[in-house]
Design a protein around this ligand. Structure first.
Ligand SMILES: [Zn+2]
Length: 125
């Protein structure tokens, strides 16, 4: 176990803080990419007002965090994803299949995401 494994909840708190600051209450997700105990990228969910189907889905927090990061940099990193519901309780932040594809391409080692019960789960890739 790496030294920064102990920091799971701390990095998740940062992801939730990013989510908390999103104005659009429908979809509040924050993502933080961590490697060697340092944040290398952050992202937040952005909904689009356009009606084109792809655009309507908006930009997911995970892709916002990862899109400009080289796989050589993100290799063996940890991705923390936190979701807040409209009432500020914690929600499920399991990445969708689209985001999972990018997460796999970026060679991320683990995903730590919040769950419906207010806790978190760790997914090793
Ligand atoms: Zn997604």
């Amino acid at each position: 176990m790496e030294e920064w494994d102990k920091l799971y909840p701390g990095w998740l708190k940062l992801a939730l803080k990013i989510a908390y600051n999103i104005d659009d209450y429908r979809f509040r997700l924050g993502a933080v990419l961590v490697k060697g105990g340092s944040v290398i990228a952050k992202g937040r969910n952005r909904q689009s007002k356009h009606y084109n189907f792809e655009m309507f889905r908006g930009l997911h927090a995970e892709i916002a965090a990862l899109r400009w990061v080289s796989p050589n940099v993100s290799r063996n990193s940890y991705l923390y994803v936190g979701r807040l519901r409209m009432d500020n309780t914690i929600g499920l932040a399991l990445p969708c299949s689209n985001c999972m594809n990018m997460i796999t391409r970026k060679r991320i080692k683990k995903i730590i995401y919040t769950t419906d019960t207010g806790g978190y789960k760790v997914l090793s890739l």
